[in-house]
Write a protein that binds this ligand. Structure first.
Ligand code: ADP
Ligand code: ZN
Length: 307
């Protein structure tokens, strides 16, 4: 059996569920190269989806079992264990899902340590254990896709406080001349509303991505917003590295070098970044960052239970 870093040998594997907006991925594993089973189900209504997930966990539990459970969900979610709504989904626009009880339904049935966090905090923990953040304790994982999600790790653990970080919704001064109407229903100038996939689609106004070259002006406000967000991260919790992925970044390889350059311009020499360049890198776990994020959360739950 594979051992996790700083971890006693595992008698049984870890179970993890990544709940996404369109699909949920259930993983039974101890590490990226020790995935024993992985199942994908569509995300529909909460009753139907959570029942299907519970059935998979019960099946695993009836076979070799699992020693801890990690639940990594699309947000926003209530991650405060002292709150009556702990483990529930908060104000999501996804029909039927506000107030869905993820932890109660999925973890309540099993007598093992469990952890619950956002999908991006899980992915950040997985990248720190097995990917681009290996060896670091201060790190951020950013995905620029349907939204802008940021998993923010400070001193080895995801940030807490009012809730999980919502760095994708920080406000950014607009690039001069950019009068685009934000796609975020809450904020007129947040990063997600200016630079996520739906914002890109609206900025393109019907033009096909295939016709948009790297030197097209449409990328300028997107680079500016994402570099502005990285500037805020550097100046606040100061991650030692940022991993940035998601459909927009992976689909447009010219963006990451430009965001790195714009970040250096924006910092203007005020703070020195770590000497290993580039500072913002692609995640290493690719499409497995989310599913393995749930496994990383399970590993954390197990470790916390042993302390
Ligand atoms: P999600 O955020 O839902 O998990 P992804 O990370 O795959 O999903 O991101 C989906 C978003 O990425 C969509 O808004 C899509 O338009 C955008 N996208 C997909 N391919 C490209 C591409 N080649 N260039 C720019 N954006 C892309
Ligand atoms: Zn917003």
């Amino acid at each position: 059996m594979y051992n996790l870093p700083d971890h006693p040998p595992l008698a049984r594997p870890l179970a993890g569920i990544e709940l996404g907006g369109t699909k949920c991925i259930c993983t039974l594993a101890t590490a990226p190269d020790a995935v024993l089973d992985q199942r994908i189900i569509p995300t529909t209504q909460p009753d139907e989806t959570l029942s299907a997930l519970l059935a998979i966990l019960r099946e695993w539990n009836g076979q070799q079992g699992f020693s801890a459970l990690g639940l990594a969900s699309f947000g926003p979610v209530d991650i405060n264990p002292a709150s009556p709504g702990y483990g529930h989904v908060l104000a999501t626009p996804k029909p039927g899902w506000p107030d869905a009880d993820i932890v109660g339904t999925l973890a309540g049935a099993f007598d093992v340590p469990a952890a619950f966090d956002t999908d991006v905090n899980g992915a950040a923990m997985a990248e720190m254990l097995w990917g681009s953040g290996r060896g670091l304790r201060d790190f951020a994982y950013v995905t620029v896709g349907t939204g802008v999600g940021v998993g923010l790790i400070v001193h080895g653990a995801p940030t807490r406080g009012i809730g999980h970080s919502e760095v994708g919704h920080i406000r950014i001064p607009r690039l001069s001349g950019d009068d685009f109407i934000s796609t975020c229903p809450y904020h007129a100038d947040c990063v997600e509303g200016l630079a996520a996939g739906p914002a890109l689609a609206a900025r393109l106004g019907g033009r096909s991505l295939a016709d948009v070259r790297p030197d097209d002006p449409v990328w300028m406000p997107i680079v500016d917003a994402l570099a502005g967000m990285a500037h805020a991260l550097v100046c606040s919790t100061g991650p030692l590295r940022i991993a940035m992925g998601g459909g927009v970044i992976v689909g447009q390889p010219h963006l990451l070098p430009r965001i790195n350059a714009a970040l250096l311009d924006s910092l203007n020499g005020y703070m020195a970044l770590p000497t290993v360049a580039p500072y913002i890198v692609l995640p290493e776990l690719g499409g497995q960052a989310g599913p393995l994020g749930a496994i990383a959360l399970a590993a954390t739950a197990l470790k916390d239970a042993l302390v």
